[in-house]
Design a protein around this ligand. Structure first.
Ligand code: DOR
Ligand code: ZN
Length: 357
């Protein structure tokens, strides 16, 4: 149970430690720089497999998991939960073997060309029917980047068109398949997930709760607010806030923290991704406080995700308090740096472990 006093000026809440059900940790020196920020707030995280080259086999996932564990600070209890990157050539037997051996907990479907490092993704769902049938049989969830790749579809419509053209049929063809629609950005997606909540869930990022599509062009183009799926109109942001703060079991936390170097974002063709790992829980707390729903933050951040994945909720607790606390503006990687999302809003909140008496 969470305790909160969101009605007073000094809002505070104590919740079970949250998990991040969608995170990009990258690899090598970038991973070493960003991982401590995720591990500082979250007990577990679903790790995206879109490395270069992607994590397509159990062997690659086991090796990646070992690199993550080796990069953790001594004493860290953070648990990476690995995922398989689906391609047209994924072997159903390897998918099942990795799931049964606990190497990975889910598989990620990137429509080929939809986003960063998705070139090796799936060109047509028909090509992975045997993989999906296997996942349905063994109870392994599929995590969807839910956008069509047809460039004749407007970028702001690619998620809703995915619901119409792809997702409805997928759920019908595989009624026993557990599905997560990742980083939803539209009212239509929230409604679709609600309507199919027996079979699916959805993650919601901090940034899609805080920015709309106008934010990306506020006074000039703001490459650090560009991600995929791109932020939509204000009414969609409000629908996402309603979904996240509703307490409905199908909506849970997934930051989609996606670090890219500043010089690669501030470029003629800047890459998609928002890095929010250092400010994630502060942002969610700010949103829930604004919605007068701090008492439902624990449900969204710490209970709905484990329930969907069939895992126990964490027993450790954290305290979020509206009290100014320093957050880094950037995270350095050698001579490069990565800009942190929403440091001003997040700086109003402090995050602390609750130490049992
Ligand atoms: O904005 C995004 N960045 N969306 C994605 O789907 C991938 C991610 C990344 O890996 O940078
Ligand atoms: Zn992502």
């Amino acid at each position: 149970m969470s305790s909160s006093d969101s009605t007073t000026k000094s809002a505070a809440v104590v919740i079970r430690q949250p998990d991040d059900w969608h995170v990009h940790l990258r690899d090598g020196e970038v991973m070493a720089a960003v991982l401590p920020h995720t591990a500082a707030q979250f007990a577990r995280a679903i790790v995206m497999p879109n490395l270069k080259p992607p994590v397509t086999t159990t062997a690659l996932a086991e090796a990646y998991r070992r690199r993550i564990l080796a990069a953790l600070q001594p004493g860290s209890r953070f648990q990476p939960l690995m995922t398989a990157y689906l391609t047209d050539n994924t072997d159903p037997a390897d998918i099942a073997d990795g799931f049964k051996r606990g190497v990975w907990v889910a598989a990620k479907l990137y429509p080929a060309g939809a986003t960063t490092n998705s070139q090796a993704g799936v060109t047509d769902i028909a090509r992975i029917h045997s993989v999906l049938a296997m996942m349905e049989k063994i109870g392994m969830p599929i995590l969807l980047h839910g956008e069509v790749t047809d460039h004749s579809v407007d970028i702001f419509d690619r998620e809703t068109v995915f619901l119409e053209r792809i997702l409805g049929k997928l759920l019908k063809d595989f009624p026993g398949l557990k599905v997560v629609l990742e980083h939803i950005t539209t009212a239509e997606a929230a409604d679709f997930v609600r309507a199919h909540a027996a079979q699916m869930g959805a993650t919601i990022t901090p940034h899609h709760l805080m920015i709309n599509r106008s934010s990306i062009f506020e006074g000039g183009v703001r490459p650090h607010l560009y991600c995929l799926p791109i932020a939509k109109r204000e009414h969609h942001r409000l629908a996402l806030r309603k979904a996240a703060t509703s307490g409905e079991a199908c909506f849970f936390l997934g930051t989609d923290t996606a670090p890219h170097f500043v010089h690669l974002k501030e470029a003629a063709c800047g890459c998609a991704g928002i890095f929010n790992a250092p400010t994630a829980m502060q942002c969610y707390a700010q949103v829930f406080a604004e919605e007068n729903a701090l008492d439902r933050l624990e449900t969204f951040a710490s209970l709905n995700g484990p329930r969907f994945y069939g895992m126990p909720a964490n027993t450790a607790q954290i305290r979020l308090e509206r009290k100014a606390a320093a957050v880094p503006e950037t995270v350095a990687v050698g001579n490069d740096s990565i800009l942190v999302f929403a440091t001003e809003a997040a700086g109003q909140w402090s995050v602390a472990e609750v130490v049992p008496a």
